[in-house]
Design a protein around this ligand. Structure first.
Ligand SMILES: [Zn+2]
Ligand SMILES: [Zn+2]
Length: 186
C-alpha cells in the first residue's frame, strides 16, 4: 500500500471543496493547513443566505462575477469567524489566486501558496508574493493518487482494450490511445 503524499492529500481536499462552488464561471477550492493539519476550507460562493449563480446566473461587472466570496477569502474568513490563527499557515488552492486574494493571503500571514492550475497569474500578484517572501508552488493534482478503486478500474479498462485491439481499425486505435493516456497504461 502506498500512502498519499501530504501535497496530494491537501490538494485533493481543495478539489473536493471546489465541487461545492456555486459559481458557474469557475469552481475554486482552498484549504488552509498548519503543521500538516487542515484548519479551514473554502470554495467560491455567494454570501450566506443570498442567491447563487447556479440558480440566478452570474452577476457580471467588467467581465468578473461579483456575487461570490472567493475560496481563499472564505477559508480565511472561516478562521476569523472561529478565532483560528492563520499566521505561518500554508494554503492549497485549485487555481492561482487573484490579486485581491493574493493581498489577503499576504496580510493573513500565509507563508506558502500551493496551487494546482495557473489562472491569469497576475504579474502584480506574483510581484507582491515575492516581495512578501511568500513561496508559490505548483502542485498538480494526480487524480490517480486519490482514486480509491483505481486498480480495479485499470484492470477493467485493460481487458476492454484487449478486446478492442482485435478490431484493428482507426477508431479503435484512437480509443485505445486515449484510454492508455488517461489510465497511464504505457
Ligand atoms: Zn458567478
Ligand atoms: Zn480571488
Amino acid at each position: 500500500m502506498e500512502r498519499i503524499s501530504w501535497n496530494q492529500y491537501f490538494m485533493a481536499q481543495s478539489h473536493l471543496l471546489s465541487l461545492r462552488s456555486t459559481c458557474t464561471r469557475l469552481m475554486v477550492g482552498a484549504t488552509i493547513v498548519r503543521d500538516k493539519r487542515i484548519i479551514a476550507g473554502g470554495y467560491n460562493g455567494s454570501v450566506t443566505g443570498s442567491v447563487h449563480c447556479v440558480d440566478e446566473g452570474c452577476y457580471v461587472i467588467d467581465g468578473h462575477c461579483v456575487r461570490t466570496v472567493h475560496a481563499e477569502a472564505n477559508a480565511l474568513l472561516q478562521c476569523a469567524k472561529f478565532g483560528v490563527p492563520t499566521d505561518d499557515a500554508d494554503i492549497y488552492v485549485t487555481h492561482f489566486p487573484c490579486l485581491q486574494c493574493c493581498k489577503q493571503l499576504i496580510q493573513s500571514g500565509i507563508k506558502t501558496v500551493y496551487y494546482a492550475e495557473d489562472y491569469h497569474n497576475h504579474p502584480y500578484a506574483i510581484e507582491l508574493f515575492e516581495e512578501a517572501g511568500i513561496e508559490t508552488v505548483k502542485v498538480e493534482l494526480n487524480y490517480l493518487a486519490v482514486d480509491t478503486n483505481y486498480t480495479e478500474k485499470k484492470e477493467l479498462v485493460s481487458s476492454l482494450l484487449n478486446k478492442l485491439s482485435d478490431r484493428g481499425d482507426a477508431e479503435s486505435a484512437a480509443l485505445i490511445r486515449e484510454a492508455e493516456e488517461m489510465f497511464q497504461l504505457k
